[in-house]
Design a binder for this molecule. Structure first.
Ligand SMILES: NC(=O)c1ccc[n+]([C@@H]2O[C@H](COP(=O)([O-])OP(=O)(O)OC[C@H]3O[C@@H](n4cnc5c(N)ncnc54)[C@H](O)[C@@H]3O)[C@@H](O)[C@H]2O)c1
Ligand SMILES: O=P(O)(O)OC[C@H](O)CO
Length: 330
């Protein structure tokens, strides 16, 4: 396990515990920490599996450091568990991998997503996740590696949909937190989850993902979990916004990253490009980045005219098609 913090590395190797996260959990003796320097070529060359568990904003830099040391001919399993969209480029991780490591690496990259609070996983609370890759072999390998009675893995072949679902649900969790913070109750949360799912599916479908992916563990499963639990950092950001705290103060005091905050920016760009209706996501963006009043935005959403409930757009599929072309799979 690589960490940028020397202090964490030393403490971990002595006590088999992480000083900052899941501090009560004791890891097996076989897990060793390395760092703070980026792992050397010797270490990277020999690994069979690399699992990236850093926020999306750090993935490009990590992969840029990794690329010169990676021997792709050994077909290592590269697994990503981050759930976000890169700011500025509004790229999914699949695209970041293609940009930094080349299309051949992106074609075998594997993504795990789903309703899975880390602190419940380490207590072996029964949990299920979606595992997706453009390479069926790699999805199967990753699934076999992690599958346990308390951690069930379901495979799929739509990494674009899985990534979008995992990133987007964080934005809707902020919305659900805001609603709870404002004092709205269960009906309102159910409305936001359901309409959030409709929005996510519409965006994903226009992007070129399968609408069915949004019914998966990575889709509705994680949306439900994150929108309904104070354990979620994204929900917590929203809840505190609903209570009147300022975003700057919330992110400084949260203790780790709520990916929905940066994802709301990338999502805004994607929604504009696709021209699909996403009033909840845009409302969250306006509260986060245009300093709009949360009560006023909530009221404006409630006053929107009625629309057909389930309306998938005519699929453009352009962003996914562009990405597949970049990967040489068009
Ligand atoms: N915590 C969970 O329950 C959970 C569950 C499933 C998926 N995820 C996803 O996994 C990712 C990481 O989540 P987390 O809870 O561990 O977040 P975190 O903010 O606690 O960060 C994880 C680690 O990454 C390091 N890090 C942060 N920025 C970095 C960078 N630029 N380069 C290298 N390292 C960096 C941090 O120091 C920390 O050790 C997120 O995308 C999150 O959505 C989290
Ligand atoms: O704490 P959050 O909001 O980042 O959610 C963590 C995981 O994504 C839940 O599956």
């Amino acid at each position: 396990m690589w960490s940028r913090s020397e202090n964490l590395v030393q403490h971990f190797n002595t006590h088999h515990r992480n000083l900052e996260y899941l501090t009560d959990h004791t890891f097996p003796d076989s897990v060793k920490a390395i760092g703070p320097e980026f792992p050397s070529e010797d270490v990277i060359r020999d690994v069979d599996v690399l699992l990236f568990a850093i926020p999306t904003e750090g993935v490009r830099a990590a992969l840029t450091s990794l690329k010169p040391k990676l021997d792709i001919s050994r077909l290592p399993l590269l697994i990503f568990v981050n759930k976000g969209i890169e700011t500025g480029t509004h790229a999914l991780t699949l695209e970041i991998i293609a940009d930094t490591c080349g299309p051949e690496v992106a074609r075998i990259a594997t993504f795990i997503s789903g309703p899975s609070f880390a602190k419940e996983i380490v207590r072996r609370q029964p949990t299920s996740v979606s595992v997706a890759s453009l390479s069926e072999v790699h999805a199967q390998r990753a699934s076999k590696l992690f599958h346990q009675p308390w951690f069930r893995c379901y495979t799929g072949d739509d990494p674009i949909g899985l990534e979008l679902a995992g990133a987007l649900k964080n934005v809707y969790a902020i919305a659900a937190g805001i609603a709870d913070g404002l004092g709205f109750e269960n009906n309102t949360r159910a409305m936001l989850i359901t309409r959030g799912l409709a929005e996510m599916t519409r965006i994903g479908s226009a992007y070129g993902a399968s609408p069915l992916t949004f019914l998966s563990l990575a889709g509705v499963g994680d949306l439900f979990l994150t929108c309904s639990s104070p354990t979620s950092r994204n929900y917590t950001v929203g809840f505190r916004l609903g209570k009147g705290e300022k975003l700057d103060y919330i992110t400084k005091t949260l203790g780790s990253v709520a990916e929905g905050v940066t994802t709301a920016k990338g999502l805004r760009q994607i929604v504009d490009e696709l021209g699909v209706a996403a009033p909840i996501a845009i409302g969250v963006y306006e509260v986060l980045y245009e300093d709009k009043d949360v009560k006023e935005r909530a009221q404006a959403l409630l006053c929107l005219p009625p629309v057909p409930e389930l309306d998938l757009p005519e699929e453009t599929g352009k962003p996914a098609a562009r990405l597949m072309k970049k990967l040489g799979m068009a």
